[in-house]
Design a protein around this ligand. Sequence first.
Ligand SMILES: Cc1ncc(COP(=O)(O)O)c(C=O)c1O
Length: 466
Amino acid sequence: MKKRDYSRVLAVLAEEYTRRSPRSASINREALRVLVDGGSHTIRLLRPFPPRIREARGACVTDEDGHRILDFWQGHHANILGHNPREITGPLAAAFAKGFGLQSGFTDSLQVQVAETLCSRTGAERVRLTSSGSLATMYAIMLARAATGREKVLKIGGGWHGAQPWGLVGVDYHAENSHSFQHAESRGLPSAVADQVLVTGFNDVGMLEEQFRRYGPGIACFILEPFMGSSGSLPATMAFLKTARDLTRKHGALLIFDEVISGFRFCAGSTSRLFSIQPDLATFAKIMGGGMPVAAVAGRSEVMDLAGKAGGVKFSGGTYSCHPAAMLASITMMRHLVDREAEIYPRLAALGDEARRTVEESLRSEGLQARCTGYGNDALPGSSMASVHFPFDESCPCSSPEQTRNPEVCDVELSDTILQLALLLEDVFVMHGLGSVSVAHTGEDISRLGDACRRAARKIVSLAEA
Ligand SMILES: Cc1ncc(COP(=O)(O)O)c(C=O)c1O
């Protein structure tokens, strides 16, 4: 595929979008006065302005202008049952009616049940709960640094572990660096952090061995996603995870699986169960919270106990940790997924396959040479996640962030910006080219997605080549 200049495409799409969304445009003008950039999460603030949502149910959201939008973002991939499923909202409404729900500042039996379920479904021995994935990965790294008495954190280039100091290095692609992901992403970080974080390549066994050979005695932990989410729906290979387990053990470092996206997405528990590789610590959030702010660090008791009174790691959880309504949503969600595991996950995997195939075929039929990632591998049976890439060279496998996030290799502007806006004009919402299917999506939704992709691609190609 050739490189294109999208300035005219973007201008035409933005004009059409502005015309058909006057309410969202007007709210955005108000928002810009009081909220930084008009909102509170960068990724939601698409240009020229985001659709303001007033209702969300099942596979769709409805915006202030009345558009019913088929949604493949599903609450940053948290909503595996779709938006506001009755399985969760029913028990929450009943609890609020009985005087249980908002933060009490006490402790209750629900968090015990959440922790028991998490242990039994992930192989962890002990859990501490908090309220965001970013906090969970930060606490997990603090635990690892305390347990080993070492400074360095090894992560994957392109890996997103949330906005916390050690997570803010090596996320975005930077062509000018020798290793394109060795870069601090935020101003205001302690300068030591950039030196403490080492970056390695995804599924690159040789580079991992080299990093441990060079820095092994200083490495506190290796943190990675067994299935990379935001870098392009990429599954880790069994060989890579086995090497990670062996090398961390050999060098006295801890292995941390960040399962904030992958937890409860491929089965009713951790992917470590599917890979048969047990990390020392794992982090969970998103799906396990049932749409509420719940996150957890779970792992070996000897390490987790460092978060206790005698352990000295200040992992206190926060005011809103174990929020009662959130605990109720969490246990309800996890039990639902455990009870229906045999039915839900094969269906999601099949629908994911259908979505990937449909999107690829639809875009290609109109001249956009798309490649969808998110297919399972030998350990992960199949996946509900999908990302679309547009490699300039058809032979590119799109198998690592060095490819999927490099604008010289893949047309990142097309997948992340242009296609998103063009599909929104078709009342379909995607992120990084696609997103995830939920239990609420149907085969008809996938056909609708395919039709929308065809129309969007036709429009993009004709505008770009006019
Ligand atoms: C793999 C991974 N880890 C951590 C986080 C941070 O979680 P949160 O947004 O809940 O802070 C995210 C968020 O997208 C994530 O994808």
